[in-house]
Design a protein around this ligand. Structure first.
Ligand code: FDP
Length: 329
């Protein structure tokens, strides 16, 4: 089953579908192939390393970040599917150029997540989130972009790792496709991914422990205590590429966390580009995603680049983390 056919078959859940949405996903898959082609050449051509710019979040922009950002924008701007885009790398909304038609969807994306890992050949990825516009016509606005995550029409990510994978959900299961370079297609390899109810792996930047809230500190101490009945101590795994850490959590279970710390008072991860799409994927696979106190997907975003603490993974693990954050344990 190719990705293209799968997308086409998903249309049956939407009687009256015009094919616009399928076209959008198709263009995204093509953008992923272009980014992957460049990622696999990294080290051979002059694409590793930094540019001389910082992005809106204060991170140094790498050359591959830039390439992925522009490639995704250019693949998506002329299809007639979108009325506006927003990317983690750009401060403002990305409007559709005047000469192209405006569509009814909105695309938010993180072009290259985990970019501090690029130069070390570690798995990185692109994350995307799709909404239906709420304004009636014309250019898309902030109102179209700042919708809570529970209104997403689709979300997913592409992993550039030992192989390239496209994982997506339109509300009918989470499906993973692995790229087969010999045929140039994404082929269904992980149908209807379901996250284990409870895992035995935690994923967090533990170097920040001294800066966490007491509840979070107590939670990780708890996970490291010996108790056979609850499979403790948990194992630690932290790649430092959110998309790769969440992908592993989806397959093996457990919990991924980026909590508030004294340096990142709102958390580090971006709500609309990173946490909403990954929360949508995790929830649709039977997991949970929270900021420690409330469901990520219910947060009303107030600005494009707002950050949030993030706890995502097996539902029992996320509920337990919330108990510690709330001081109930
Ligand atoms: P990066 O800065 O390398 O792009 O949100 C960005 C992100 O990576 C995530 O992918 C990653 O999980 C996190 O930041 C890593 O942050 P720390 O270095 O603080 O652990």
């Amino acid at each position: 089953m190719t990705l293209e056919r799968h997308i086409h078959e998903e249309q049956r859940y939407h009687p009256g579908a015009t094919g616009e949405f399928s076209g959008l996903l198709h263009d995204l898959a093509l953008a992923a192939k272009l980014v992957w082609r460049e990622v696999t050449k990294a080290g051979l051509v002059n694409i590793l390393g930094k540019t001389d710019r910082m992005n809106v979040s204060g991170d140094v922009v790498k050359k591959l970040d830039d390439f992925a950002d522009q490639t995704i924008f250019r693949m998506m701007d002329h299809g007639g599917h979108l009325c506006v885009m927003a990317s983690e790398e750009n401060e403002d909304l990305l409007h559709i150029p005047e000469l192209y038609p405006q569509g009814k969807y909105v695309l938010l994306y993180d072009p290259l997540d985990g970019s501090s890992n690029i130069d070390a050949n570690v798995t990185i990825g692109s994350i995307f989130s799709v909404y239906s516009r709420v304004t009636p016509s014309g250019k898309g606005t902030l109102q179209d972009v700042l919708q809570p995550g529970n209104r997403q029409t689709a979300a997913g990510y592409v992993l550039y790792g030992s192989s390239m994978m496209f994982v997506y959900c339109t509300g009918h299961g989470v499906h993973g496709f692995t790229f087969d370079p010999s045929v140039g297609e994404f082929l269904l390899s992980h149908e209807n991914i379901r996250i284990p109810k409870k895992g035995a792996i935690y994923s967090v930047n533990e170097g920040n422990e001294g800066r966490w809230e007491p509840g979070v500190q107590r939670y990780f101490q708890y996970l490291k205590q010996e108790d056979r009945a609850t499979h403790r101590p948990y194992s630690a795994r932290y790649i430092g590429s959110l998309v790769a850490d969440v992908h592993r959590t989806l397959l093996y279970g457990g919990i991924y966390c980026y909590p508030v710390d004294t340096k990142n008072l709102q958390g580090k991860l971006r709500l609309v580009y990173e946490c909403n799409p990954l929360a949508y994927i995790v929830e649709n696979a039977g997991g949970a995603a929270s900021d420690g106190r409330r469901r990520i997907l219910e947060i009303e975003p107030e600005s494009l680049h707002e950050r949030t603490p993030f706890f995502a993974g097996s539902p029992e693990d996320v509920r337990r983390a919330e108990e510690f954050v709330a001081g109930r344990r």
